[in-house]
Design a protein around this ligand. Structure first.
Ligand SMILES: [Cu+2]
Length: 101
């Protein structure tokens, strides 16, 4: 049997999967482009405990989509839409850390 009839079909399936995974990622990228990103300097963060404590508190703030804690640079980056800055600072404070002005 030649592969002429089958191979194109398989390729279409392959493309279909590629398109499906691309479509899965596009909304995510769209959100990243659309959402607000706020970065706070939090000098007190030093270890994985600080990281998880802040992530846990800030994640509970309404509108927050993601929280990233950079332990080396002491930065907390929050993305979401909308973002309530006062609530985020309060959440970091609640976790036991001060945001550097
Ligand atoms: Cu720590």
């Amino acid at each position: 049997m030649t592969s002429c009839a089958g191979a194109p079909g398989l390729q279409v399936v392959g493309r279909g999967e590629a398109v499906a995974s691309a479509l899965t990622r596009i909304p995510h990228r769209g959100i990243i482009l659309r959402v607000h990103t706020l970065t706070y300097k939090v000098p007190g963060v030093s270890c994985a405990h600080c990281q998880s404590a802040i992530t846990a508190e800030v994640s509970e703030v309404a509108g927050v989509a993601s929280v990233a804690v950079d332990l080396d640079r002491k930065l907390v980056t929050v993305t979401g839409d909308p973002l309530d800055e006062a609530a985020i600072v309060a959440a970091i404070d609640e976790a036991g850390y001060d945001v550097e002005a």
